[in-house]
Design a protein around this ligand. Sequence first.
Ligand code: SF4
Ligand code: SF4
Length: 200
Amino acid sequence: MNEKAEKLYSELINSKGLPSNEERRSVLNENMENLLSKDINCFSCTGLCCTFVSNSMQTDPIQTLELYTFLHKNKRWNEELISELKEVIRNNRLDYEIQTGLGSTFRRTYTCPFFNKGPKGCSIDPEWKPFGCLGFNARSPGASEGSDCTSDMNLLKKREDLYEAKEDISNSYLKELLGLDWDKLPMPVALLKLDEILKE
Ligand code: SF4
Ligand code: SF4
């Protein structure tokens, strides 16, 4: 457990009015359960969307703090994981931004360090996963390797409409308190930047 991270996260919930991790992901997780009940699942897939082929997931300060807290609670934040995160960053050049010329940056892809090859897939509990991960699903039974998979933008927007105002308050608070100069970063980069500040 990392007490600084725990305390900071409790402060967001108790003083800044941030709804819990479960609540803010509930519409996405209910949708996944609904898909499962219709036999729409990822069981026959290798998990392509979590690999360098198409994963470019980024997290904001709140989602990064949630993931960091989850990893500490589960005793998974250790030197081995830190080395793995550094390797993913180095191999995929995640710490170099490429400007697209349109005022935004090109998102590099990488194989997620929390992805287990095979049927186990993602090793992060659904209540703590990045929103974008929960919003990307198969659309029909038997879909595999991205054959009929998509980001449910309407559902992600619905979630955002419900919680954006409160998340903005907490993200701004974290940015100012911790001196963060970023709004979103690839997960491995965001986690290590947070660890530099919160490690005990
Ligand atoms: S969403 Fe699609 S690509 Fe991703 S694991 Fe499921 S079936 Fe595979
Ligand atoms: S957090 Fe899980 S679902 Fe998201 S990219 Fe990583 S392995 Fe895939």
